[in-house]
Design a protein around this ligand. Structure first.
Ligand SMILES: *[C@@H]1O[C@H](CO)[C@@H](O)[C@H](O)[C@H]1NC(C)=O
Ligand SMILES: *[C@@H]1O[C@H](CO)[C@@H](O)[C@H](O)[C@H]1NC(C)=O
Ligand SMILES: *[C@@H]1O[C@H](CO)[C@@H](O)[C@H](O)[C@H]1NC(C)=O
Ligand SMILES: [Zn+2]
Length: 580
């Protein structure tokens, strides 16, 4: 055979998948009735065996996917499966298998569609507030400094409840440690963006009496007593080191709050560690350090898809969680830890689905890691989101179609142009043109819609980074003591009540149930059970890797995939025949 033929054959094989990949199902038996009968029976048995864990939770861990709506979870689950070479729809995220779940109403007191500050206030303090406010009740409107300073308007959170009960506490986020979600743990502010003093000063004289969020973190309780603080946000702390980074919230008071934090711990005779790289984190002696602060970015921690994965770079969220747990598990009275996948939201705001979903799956790995590290008989794990986004999953793509790919149901779409499965209603992807007689959408044929920076079409144009939140309910998943208290549609503020009640802290200090007595009663609830069915409970697992139409047979008859990939294959055949 002519060597060029081989070369072109290989090139064609490589080009074809980039046109449209269709991944095969890992379950060869799924076309059989018996597959689904077995599947259903197995799940029914699991449900029938499930018992409630009613002892007191020693530890509470809250995972918060910022902007992780239900659509994002479905798409993230498919992406996770497709990364393994499977069709993806049958895949499970680790919390899909948690013992209990419910839905949460996310509205703010003054907004139908919420922001992250007031939603975090709700699920951390148990009290709903107004748009853009953190740690204050509904008597405080956005930017009303005077109202926010009244003690009766400030709300206490699970962070304080846990500390008052002698538990050690920590927060991890991939956003700034002073960003809306973590801020709601420890700060009281009428405006989430008052993260540094400069933003308060530029607000005007009425705001001057308010203390910026970064200072509240290091100066005030309960922020000051957190044992673990990991995330981004060096700029707000006056500890920026990246020369070329955008100046978003710098300190005008010239203070370096990281240095002050270190001095504060030293003055108490405590040891502290300040980390800025993955190597710092890996080399940390978590067993012998009292207080840990890691700031892995002047702004946020870099996106998972951009992250420098070397030791000099920034850590995966999973590594942060691992170190935090090593430190917090030293506590005799247990701990509270919040972990935020903070940049799912940012990827969405920029209309870039892959960025968002890679963040989601990174957080999922952190949850998986956590299940290895804790005992569910004494640890309540809650996974939820603050709000959704306006990303939708549409069309009738074939089973196993690349989740970032395109579809075309010719009979329904009047302009006969392909469109992506993931699209937005608001966002910067607005991209219609007028050709003199009609509105034209971009022709995506040949466009790499799977790229991390690809922006799908949006119906309403927004400024860069301003795709909006979505207002539908979000899901809450729970495992461990009192997980069963999530059982229907709840107000988002209910989450704090369940966590408080489970641990008998804060408003529920007198609930007085015994801690887990380590008898074997609850054994089958433990995570080892989940583990046996890690991938999904298909009994035959034969992942074969992504398959391309034209290169082999597939049981799924995908019209668009056949067409786009088909042309490439046809072209390849013509070229090969000519060469022959
Ligand atoms: C505008 O586009 C439509 C659809 O492609 C086409 O039928 C029409 O002829 C175009 N009009 C002009 C003026 O180009
Ligand atoms: C709009 O579509 C064109 C292709 O038709 C593409 O080159 C351009 O980048 C798109 N712009 C936006 C904002 O998506
Ligand atoms: C879209 O682009 C492809 C490739 O350039 C072309 O074959 C197809 O006709 C275009 N579709 C429409 C409706 O213009
Ligand atoms: Zn947001």
């Amino acid at each position: 055979m002519h060597p060029l033929v081989v070369v072109i054959g290989v090139v064609c094989a490589l080009v074809a998948p980039s046109t449209q990949v269709v991944f095969p199902s890992p379950n060869p038996r799924e076309t059989e009735t018996s597959f689904w009968m077995d599947h259903g029976r197995r799940e029914l048995n699991e449900a029938l065996q499930q018992t409630q864990i009613t002892n007191k939770a020693k530890n509470v861990i809250l995972f918060l996917g910022d902007g992780m709506g239900i659509t994002a979870m479905t798409a993230g689950r498919i992406m996770k499966g497709q990364k393994k070479g499977h069709s993806g729809e049958e895949e499970s995220l680790v919390w899909d298998r948690f013992s209990n779940m419910g839905l949460l109403k996310t509205y703010n007191l003054d907004r139908q569609v919420p922001d992250s500050a007031a939603t975090a206030t709700a699920f951390l303090s148990g009290v709903k507030g107004n748009y853009m406010t953190v740690g204050v009740n509904g008597n405080v409107k956005s930017r009303d400094c005077a109202a926010s300073l009244k003690e009766e308007n400030q709300v206490s959170t699970i962070l304080k409840w846990a500390q008052d009960a002698g538990k050690e506490t920590g927060v991890i986020t991939t956003a700034q440690v002073t960003h809306a979600t973590p801020a709601a743990l420890y700060a009281h502010s009428p405006y989430r963006y008052w993260q540094c003093d400069t933003s308060i000063m530029t607000e005007g004289p009425d705001a001057i009496a308010c203390k910026d969020i970064a200072r509240q973190l290091v100066e005030d309780e309960p922020g000051r007593s957190m044992k673990v603080v990991l995330g981004g946000g060096r700029q707000e702390m006056g500890a920026g080191i990246e020369a070329d980074v955008k100046k978003k919230c710098e300190r005008s008071d010239g203070r370096n709050l990281v240095t002050e934090w270190q001095q504060d711990k030293a003055s108490q005779g405590k040891t502290s560690a300040y980390l800025t790289t993955t190597d710092d984190l890996r080399n940390l002696n978590a067993e012998n350090t009292d207080y840990i602060m890691g700031l892995f970015g002047d702004l946020h921690v870099p996106y998972e898809v951009d992250r420098d994965t070397s030791g000099a770079g920034t850590p995966h969220i999973k590594e942060m969680v691992k170190v935090a747990l090593r430190r917090l598990k030293r506590s005799d009275n247990g701990f509270f830890l919040m972990v935020e996948g903070g940049r799912i939201d940012h990827g969405m705001h920029h209309g870039k689905p892959r960025r968002a979903l890679e963040e989601l799956v990174a957080m999922e790995e952190a949850v998986r890691e956590t299940l290895e590290e804790v005992d569910l008989r004494e640890t309540l794990i809650v996974v939820t989101a603050d709000h959704s986004h306006v990303m939708t999953m549409n069309g009738y793509p074939d089973r196993g179609n690349d989740i970032f790919g395109v579809t075309l149901n010719e009979n329904d779409v009047s302009d006969h142009l392909p469109y992506t499965t993931l699209m937005f209603t608001t966002g910067e992807g607005f991209n219609y043109t007028w050709n003199g007689s009609e509105v034209i959408r971009p022709n995506l044929t040949g466009v790499d819609t799977t790229h991390k920076d690809f922006v799908p079409l949006a119906a309403v144009p927004t400024y860069p980074g301003s795709e909006t939140h979505g207002g539908e309910d979000v899901a809450v998943f729970a495992n461990g003591p009192m997980a069963h208290l999530f059982h229907r549609v709840h107000e988002q503020s209910y989450v704090a009540h369940v966590m408080g009640y489970a641990a008998c802290i804060g408003p529920y200090t007198d609930c007085d149930r015994p801690l887990n007595d380590h008898r074997t009663r609850y054994k089958h609830i433990g995570h080892h059970n989940d583990h046996d069915h890690d991938d999904d409970d298909d009994d035959e697992r034969k992942g074969k890797g992504g398959k391309v139409y034209g290169k082999g047979s597939s049981r799924y008859n995908g019209a668009p995939a056949v067409k786009s990939a088909g042309f490439v294959v046809l072209w390849c055949l013509v070229v090969l025949m000519k060469m022959w």
